[in-house]
Ligand binder design. Structure first.
Ligand code: COA
Length: 328
């Protein structure tokens, strides 16, 4: 490989301190710890207090990533989120300003649970094109509050959190170089996982209460998530010329332990190489991949495959050889 690559230079993670267990949810909802853990692997999730918004979590994770990379300026901030503070303006400029990034371009990346991988791809593009030398890519969500507390089919699945990566310009053959990327979407299935209110299609004072919450066809989402993450991962492996035995760690979007196990099995990645932390955080959407990278205890030199799937539908995968970095 020749040319200019984006290289992972730092990683920071942040989850709000408040823990909500399955038993806590079961106190007000017709569900149980047994049902949730058996069907999803989720045991608890972090939930941001009402006075915290997505930019608060994103700023904390971003500060940690900058520290991890040992830099205090970047040329662009890409904030992957499904739950921006406001529909207008984007949340990324506020995060950039709060981080003291005075010369950074800043915008949000909206691809639901795939947003962080899309952010990495966009950051890679800015660097490869010579538009930026350093990019801060963040995935952050306060998504728990978008669940209808009366809907047991969604409210047990999601949690809040944030993670961020600093990318720098480098060579494609050095550890930390990202790529290739496989990205895709299928908008014909948009209705299967959606928050209907608040956009231009459904806006105003007379919107039904439920329209403000996330609704989902869980079974269909499950099926497509497995299929897409497997096919997308395989694309990246084929383009790299890696066999399955070359994958030291598979870090997939943490929606459900059973989805991740199925993806690993279909690809042929042994279970001990598939990192699963959904039990601690639930599905944190755009934050899930960086949060998982944060506690996967990756060693320098390990070959890591990333894959994600989300509403839209959207999906994306990439790979890297893990660099020498300290996760903060
Ligand atoms: N507690 C107890 N029972 C519940 C429940 C809960 N939290 N949620 C649903 N149920 C019930 C259903 O009402 C249903 O009851 P019924 O048979 O009497 O109708 C039963 O459990 C089975 O529901 P079903 O939806 O078939 O369960 P499932 O095994 O498909 O698991 C999900 C449901 C949501 C866990 C699963 O479909 C899933 O993980 N989907 C993907 C979700 C996801 O990851 N989305 C984000 C992707 S980015």
């Amino acid at each position: 490989m020749t040319g200019r690559a984006a290289v992972l230079a730092g990683l920071g993670v942040y989850a709000p301190p408040k823990v909500v267990t399955n038993d806590d949810l079961a106190a007000d909802l017709d569900t149980s710890d047994e049902w949730i853990t058996t069907r999803t692997g989720i045991r608890e999730r972090r939930v941001a207090d009402a006075d915290l918004a997505t930019t608060d979590l994103a700023t904390e994770a971003g500060a940690r990533a900058l520290k991890s990379a040992g830099v205090d300026q970047v040329d662009a901030v890409l904030l992957g989120t499904t739950t921006p503070d406001r529909i207008c303006p984007a949340s990324a400029p506020e995060v950039a300003t709060r981080l003291g990034l005075t010369h950074a371009a800043a915008c949000d990346v909206s691809a639901a649970c795939t947003s962080f991988v899309y952010g990495l791809a966009n950051g890679t593009g800015l660097i490869a094109a010579g538009i930026a030398e350093r990019v801060l890519v963040i995935g952050a969500e306060t998504i728990f509050r978008f669940m209808d507390p009366q809907d047991r089919t969604t409210s047990v699945l999601f949690g809040d959190g944030a993670g961020a990566a600093v990318l720098r310009a480098g060579r494609p053959d050095e550890p930390g170089a990202l790529g290739p990327f496989d990205l895709g979407s299928d908008g014909s299935l948009a209705d299967m996982l959606a928050v209907d209110a608040g956009g231009s299609r459904l806006w105003g004072p007379d919107i039904p209460r439920e329209a403000h919450f996330l609704r989902m066809d869980g079974r269909e989402v499950y099926r497509h998530a497995v299929q897409r993450m497997v096919a997308s991962s395989q694309q990246v492996l084929d383009r790299l010329g890696w066999g399955i035995e070359d994958v030291d760690r598979l870090v997939g979007h943490q929606a459900n332990a059973r989805i991740l196990e199925a993806v690993g099995q279909r690809l042929g990645v042994p279970a001990e190489r598939c990192h699963i932390n959904v039990g601690r955080y639930g599905n944190t959407s755009a934050a899930s991949i960086p949060l998982a990278l944060g506690d996967a205890e990756l060693a320098a030199g390990q070959r890591v495959l990333l894959t994600a799937f989300g509403a839209g539908f959207t999906w994306g995968s990439t790979a890297l050889v893990w660099p020498h970095i300290d996760v903060i």
